[in-house]
Design a protein around this ligand. Structure first.
Ligand SMILES: C[S@@+](CC[C@H](N)C(=O)[O-])C[C@H]1O[C@@H](n2cnc3c(N)ncnc32)[C@H](O)[C@@H]1O
Length: 270
């Protein structure tokens, strides 16, 4: 097992992180080193991002790239990295090895090789916004990763709940996590850039900014969705993305931010 670390200048760190998450969608460890930030990914050789891709993702912010063999404490490090997310007394998202926290909803999510322990700011923002909405009707989790948003939606009362992703690891993890959490989901592998998406009144789309824009621009002729939670965008992209949705009749009603990440609730006017 290897730990592959890239150190970047703090001023550019968040932009680099957005790029790195494309290369390592199952998560990136962040270590604050003062003037620089270190982002690390773990995996067997051959499953890690290629060095030239990493260098390209870090761009001019790059300070150093290093690799390190991980010894017997690998499992503990991995587990320490996946801390539970607890949102008040409403919802916990925890890996299987963490105890329940006594919240109304308890989600056990094993990310496997897919993105999504719930702990990433973009997922947390989506969950916080989901908790503010009145549940009901068809729900689509667009880019479901490990299925955390779809499973939370099913537990909150949306029905049916459809989860889609183009990554086979995400499909596998979502199906397994749905079973563990006792919810029924329709889980389908598809690419939102080229395939027809299932219609739903409410869509949670935790995607990076460019992909959100692509999706929004293709939605023009559709009568659905009525409501979108859009996350995974940088604060600096939020106005432009809100404009893309406004152009197809979905108006921004809530904007929330966590450090450099923003999330929007957009609704179609009656
Ligand atoms: C930021 S992750 C969000 C995962 C999960 N919804 C969460 O909040 O934890 C984005 C997900 O979108 C998926 N994705 C990326 N491009 C896609 C595409 N073109 N079509 C479908 N899914 C895509 C990725 O595989 C990844 O699982």
């Amino acid at each position: 097992m290897l730990r592959l670390a890239v150190r970047v200048r703090r001023a550019d760190a968040e932009l680099v992180l957005a790029e790195l998450l494309e290369l390592a969608p199952n998560g990136v460890e962040e270590v604050d080193l003062g003037e620089t930030v270190e982002y690390a990914v773990y995996g067997p050789p051959g499953e890690l991002p290629a060095l030239p891709d990493l260098r390209a993702a870090a761009g001019a912010a790059l300070v150093d790239v290093s690799t390190e063999e991980i010894a017997d404490d690998w499992t503990e490090r991995w587990r320490a990295f996946h801390q539970p997310l607890v949102l008040g007394d409403a919802i916990t998202v925890r890996p299987p090895w963490e105890p329940a926290r006594g919240t109304s909803i308890d989600l056990v999510i094993d990310p496997g090789q897919a993105f999504g322990t719930g702990a990433h700011a973009t997922t947390r923002l989506c969950l916080e916004l989901l908790l503010q909405l009145a549940p009901g009707g068809p729900f689509l989790d667009l880019g479901c990763g490990s299925g955390v948003l779809a499973i939370a939606a099913a537990k909150l009362g949306w029905d049916p709940v459809i989860a889609v992703d183009n990554d086979p690891a995400g499909i596998e993890a979502t199906r397994a996590n749905a079973t563990v959490n006792g919810v029924a989901l329709e889980v389908t592998r598809l690419d939102l850039r080229s395939d027809t998406l299932p219609a739903a009144d409410t869509v949670a789309a935790n995607l990076l900014g460019p992909l959100l824009r692509t999706w929004a621009q293709g939605l023009g002729a559709m009568e659905w969705p009525q409501r979108v939670i859009a996350s995974g965008l940088l604060v600096s992209e939020a106005d432009r993305i809100a404009e893309d949705f406004a152009a197809i009749g979905l108006k921004k009603i809530v904007r929330r931010a966590d450090r450099e990440w923003a999330a929007l609730v957009l609704e179609r006017s009656p």
